[in-house]
Ligand binder design. Structure first.
Ligand code: AMP
Ligand code: ZN
Length: 467
């Protein structure tokens, strides 16, 4: 299966060809664990999960690395503002370590409810301080750093390609001056690699370094950890579009300046989830979490389905009406799937179902076009000219990428069997006791049509739902 992927660096869709034949190295910027993830953040992780699943579907062994930022991320991405962890600690009275622990767990629980595959490596910034220090040393040896006011900065003037990803112009670089308040910087776009002069008196996360006790700048962790786990050159780096202009731009500068080699082959970015006022963000105060949606009676699958209704490179506006619509549509899909499941176990898809699958794969491979993939799925399940068991098999296959709960969809639980079915089971047992075998068989067939399979075992009659 061929995969074409949009590359932010080239501003075009290019055929994905990894560095190694069947291995795809993929790094995803993870959460800053000072608060719950909002559903906008989760949209980006759903996009990354689709990307990973599509690569796996196509036969690649994906090494999916995700960091957890538990130190160094300031409220402004450009070294300004307050440390996000400290701010949360002050507001909640919890220690920064407990905060990191609590929100990390909450984040991975969100991902698992959304059926996002667990990354193959999850790495915490605070466990990799040595790697970050080693990277700063390397940059220092190659002349890319300077010390000013107690902090170590990356000098962007030593890296002429700076800003290529974001297509930053010199003018933009100058206009950065309006934002930067750090007088230690030679160029307003220079950024901190290592802070020793913390502006926060109560900074508790501190480590020894050749430059003094301090803590790393935020961008450093992603360069250090991605290269540690994926090598100095790897295939894909992803995140949300808000990371293009500062975070990813600075990551590229540090990494390529340190190794002297081109770094990442595909930069892939997911577009924003919007609320009524624009980009959904935590700094606005109130924000929507997956927990909140669940408390309102939605399932995580509904939110995933809602996200798949838009291409990952288009902005998507959140509204409860739109989510309701997704929920109804998914419910209808699942009841059709249950109908198919009642017809028996999945059989290999025949030629007609394979046509749907072929188109599905083409759309998935064409820069992850999930809206089109969903319409192929719908076309398939509704196509009564194809035997139900073949439709089911093809739908299962599609669900390895979509992951909207098709495989897991279950008939009602034992205790939830409606009274009529329970009565039929009892009647059949009675018929057997009375040796009325043809009546018992007739009842068995009726139950089978209703999705209940009867088995007579030495220890008595048992039943199970057909899948
Ligand atoms: P953070 O925890 O703030 O570092 O963000 C985690 C991920 O969510 C990053 O990849 C961001 O780019 C992404 N992100 C932040 N806000 C949104 C949004 N409104 N819509 C989609 N993705 C977002
Ligand atoms: Zn990152």
């Amino acid at each position: 299966m061929k995969i074409n992927l949009y590359s932010t660096m080239d501003r075009e869709v290019r055929e994905f060809i990894p560095l190694e034949d069947t291995r795809a190295g993929m790094y995803a910027c993870g959460p800053t664990v000072y608060n719950y993830a909002h559903v906008g953040n989760l949209r980006t992780y759903i996009f990354e999960d689709i990307l990973r699943r599509t690569l796996e579907y196509a036969g690649y062994r994906v090494e999916h690395v995700m960091n957890v930022t538990d130190v160094g991320h300031l409220t402004d991405d450009q070294d300004d503002g307050e440390d996000k962890m400290l701010k949360s600690s002050r507001e909640t009275g919890m220690s920064v370590w407990d905060i990191a622990d609590y929100y990390t767990k909450s984040f991975f629980s969100d991902l698992s409810r959304l059926r996002a595959l667990e990354p193959t490596v999850v790495c915490r910034a605070t466990d990799h301080i040595e790697d970050m220090i080693a990277l700063v040393k390397r940059l220092e040896e190659r002349g890319h750093t300077y010390e000013s006011g107690g902090n170590i900065y990356f000098s962007i003037d030593t890296f002429p390609q700076y800003g290529r990803l974001a297509r930053l112009q010199l003018d933009d670089l100058q206009s950065g001056a309006r934002i930067a308040v750090d007088e230690n910087k030679r160029n307003p776009k220079d950024f901190v690699l290592w802070f020793t002069k913390s502006k926060f008196e109560n900074q508790v996360m501190l480590w020894d370094s050749p430059w003094g006790k301090g803590y790393p700048g935020w961008h450093l962790e992603c360069s250090a950890m991605s290269m540690k786990y994926l090598g100095e050159q790897f295939d894909i780096h992803c995140g949300g579009t808000d990371h293009i202009s500062v975070h990813h731009t600075n990551e590229i500068a540090q990494s390529e300046a340190a190794t002297g080699k081109p770094w990442v082959r595909w930069w892939c970015h997911g577009e924003f989830l919007l609320d009524e006022t624009g980009k959904m963000s935590k700094s606005k105060g109130d924000f929507l979490t997956l927990d909140f949606l669940e408390k309102q009676g939605y399932e995580a699958d509904d939110y995933r389905y809602f996200c798949l209704g838009a291409h990952y490179r288009s902005q998507l506006r959140f509204s409860f009406e739109a989510l309701d619509h997704a929920r109804t549509s998914r419910k209808n899909l699942i009841s059709r799937i249950l109908e198919l499941k009642r017809s028996g176990v999945p059989l290999p898809p025949g030629p007609e179902a394979s046509e749907y699958l072929g188109r599905f794969e083409q759309h998935a491979g064409e820069d992850l076009n999930m809206p089109r993939c969903l319409s192929e799925l719908w076309g398939l399940v509704k196509d009564s000219s194809i035997p139900p068991q073949q439709r089911l098999a093809a739908a299962y296959q599609m669900d390895t990428i979509l992951a909207v709960g098709i495989r897991e969809a279950e008939q009602p639980e034992a205790g939830e069997l409606d009274e009529e079915l329970q009565e039929l089971i009892l009647q059949r047992e009675e018929a057997r006791r009375q040796k009325e075998y043809s009546r018992a068989d007739e009842l068995r067939d009726i139950l089978l049509k209703r999705g209940i399979e009867i088995q007579d075992t030495p220890s008595g009659t048992v039943w199970k739902k057909r899948v």
